[in-house]
Design a protein around this ligand. Structure first.
Ligand code: 5AD
Ligand code: SF4
Length: 582
């Protein structure tokens, strides 16, 4: 009997995308099949995000749809994974009885067991006769008859890392999920995420992450380097290191704990930054700092031709890190370093721990180290801004617009403040900026950022840039889907999309800055005379999207995952267009 098909939908950030990939490879290894069609799945999983209310609303509405579907398909298993599972806990099960499995981001390694339980529970809905027959199956496949009969939901939330006094006391089983990552050549597009840190210790007042993902925990450097090596061996050429505040990465070998032969991740130490201090105070023989980690990966895994990291925290970003980036040809000249506001008063209320002038000092310092357009290595910056934080005045807002002009981000994600239950801000402040004011400020900043992005991308016109080819553009993929659907018999699997914008219009509400790719369940056909050339989508070292037509005689399959030179001849605010120089 084939294992049930799983549909997994991911909301939110890159960390969630990686979690979904790890969950997928874990379930695949156990024999589960995945389908891109929710309708064809008997297990539907949502990996959720709680950062803004809007992301949660989407999940509630999906769950509503699933409740209707379950009425006609009672054996359907529905799971909620990620931050919403952690934040809502039992309340989610009560509000949405359709949910069978609930797993917080700190417990994802337990998903297979919970799913198995839920599947067996589903059998309780079957007839007595079927249960008898199943119970008589060979010992190795025999379901637990008690479980067959037990009904109910299974939940596992509760981020252990925040709650346990010392993480060292227990094995960090979540680390096993990262370690067990199945790296198969056909399951990637030349690009991958690697986690270096989980959780966050910053407690920005608006943010739910420290509560859902728990305390900051750093993975052992050797695990990270080994994972990069395995990915490189499987053909990955671009890696994005992930953490909420990557530059705070720090692993003290003297304090490392080993359980069952596995070095355990380590809780972050509280790092008090002193003004004017640009070196990591913990640097030394026994400590791997973020600068050390970057240098290690760059040196030990040269097959990784592009190494990026997100997200940087604007405070305590040392010259040591900037120096390593400057000296390393394969580390991208790209920083995603959210400011959140250009008003000192707002930054104070947000508990960001820096002033606007300190922020600007940091990006000036980064530019003076890393912006070298004369050798073809410009630095690009990306940012995040929240508008309409409680008590934000027009003056505060004008200061933020000013910051945008000074920072000259290549793109900036602009969010309307969304009060999140459980955060400090929701208790401390009234959400007093009316929604129409938030919307207006949001639109004004988007328009301003559009102009800035256009002027940043205009500087690339005429240059030849090395670009990493990610896949067919969304436009071309849509056309292929239409063609494939017309040509293929009903029921055949069509080309599936990664689900995110490839046309340069990065959604203002997304926190992802990493390029998505088109997942090809089937190889993309070469350009055909009637359909015209296929448009491909690529990224520069500075993470700018570049579109170009697949050259005649070349198949997109040959180019995806490659780094090739493209001469830029046209620009848009968020994308460049050019011709490959092959
Ligand atoms: N409301 C609006 N935006 C938020 N972010 C985090 N929490 C909130 C919130 N409560 C934004 C920040 C962060 C990005 C991932 O999401 O800008 O950098
Ligand atoms: Fe949230 Fe602040 Fe941590 Fe980023 S640094 S995850 S905004 S608490």
């Amino acid at each position: 009997m084939p294992e049930p098909a799983v549909y997994l939908e991911t909301f939110g950030c890159q960390m969630n995308e990686l979690d979904s990939e790890l969950v997928t490879s874990q379930l695949r290894a156990l024999g589960y099949r995945f389908t891109p069609e929710a309708e064809q799945a008997s297990i539907v999983l949502y990996n959720t995000c709680s950062v803004r209310e809007h992301a949660e609303q989407k999940v509630w509405s999906r769950l509503g749809e699933m409740a209707l579907r379950k009425a006609r398909q009672p054996e359907l298993v529905v799971g909620v994974l990620g931050c919403m599972a952690e934040r809502e806990g039992d309340a989610l099960l009560k509000r949405m009885p359709v949910v069978d499995v609930l797993v917080g981001p700190g417990e994802l390694d337990k998903l297979p067991g919970l799913l198995d339980n839920a599947l067996r529970t589903r059998l309780s809905l079957l007839s007595d006769e079927t249960v008898q027959r199943l119970a008589a199956t060979p010992e190795t496949h025999k379901p637990d008859v008690n479980l067959l009969r037990s009904a109910g939901q299974v939940a596992l939330a509760g981020n252990t890392s925040r709650r346990s006094a010392t993480l060292a006391a227990a094995q960090d089983t979540l680390e096993m999920l990262d370690l067990a990552r199945a790296v198969e050549p056909d399951h990637h597009s030349g690009s991958a995420y690697v986690r270096i840190t989980r959780g966050c210790n910053k407690f920005c007042t608006y943010c739910v992450v420290p509560f859902t993902r728990g305390a900051e925990v750093h993975r052992p450097p050797q695990h990270i380097v080994d994972e990069c090596k395995r990915l490189a061996d499987a053909g990955v050429v671009e890696i994005t290191l992930l953490g909420q505040t990557v530059n705070h990465y720090r692993f003290e070998h003297g304090a490392a704990v080993t359980v069952g032969g596995v070095v355990q991740p380590q809780k972050g130490r509280v790092y008090k930054h002193t003004r004017g201090e640009y070196a990591d105070p913990y640097a030394g023989e026994n400590v791997t700092t973020f600068a050390d980690l970057l240098a290690m990966i760059h040196e030990q895994v040269p097959a990784i031709r592009r190494l990026r990291f997100v997200t940087s925290f604007p405070r305590s970003f040392g010259d040591d890190v900037l120096t390593v980036i400057r000296q390393s040809p394969r580390i991208c000249r790209y920083l995603h370093v959210p400011a959140q506001s250009g008003s000192d008063r707002m930054l104070g209320l947000m508990n960001r721990g820096y002033t606007v002038s300190e922020y600007l000092e940091f990006i000036d310092r980064a530019r003076s180290f890393l912006h070298q357009p004369e050798i073809g290595r410009p630095l690009t910056l990306a940012g995040d801004i929240i508008v309409g934080f409680p008590t934000e005045t027009e003056e505060d807002f004008a200061a933020t617009a000013d910051l945008l002009r000074k920072a000259r981000y290549k793109n900036c994600f602009i969010f309307k403040y969304s009060p999140r239950p459980g955060t400090i801000a929701i208790d401390r402040f009234t959400d007093d900026v009316p929604d129409e004011v938030k919307r207006r400020r949001n639109n004004q900043l988007l328009a301003l950022q559009n102009e800035i992005s256009a002027s940043v991308s205009a500087e690339f016109v005429g240059q030849t840039l090395d670009v990493f080819v990610q896949g067919v553009s969304k436009r071309a993929a849509k056309r292929k889907v239409a063609q494939a659907t017309a040509a293929r018999p009903a029921g055949a699997v069509a080309l599936t999309l990664g689900g995110k914008s490839l046309d340069g219009s990065e959604p203002a509400s997304a926190c992802s800055v990493h390029g998505s790719h088109v997942h090809d369940e089937q190889p993309v056909a070469a350009a055909t005379a009637d359909a015209g050339p296929i448009q491909l989508s690529a990224r520069t070292d500075g993470d700018i999207i570049v579109f170009f037509d697949c050259p005649p005689g070349r198949s997109p399959d040959d180019l995806v995952g490659e780094i090739i030179p493209v001469k830029i001849d046209r620009h848009e605010p968020l994308a460049l267009h050019g011709r490959p120089v092959l």
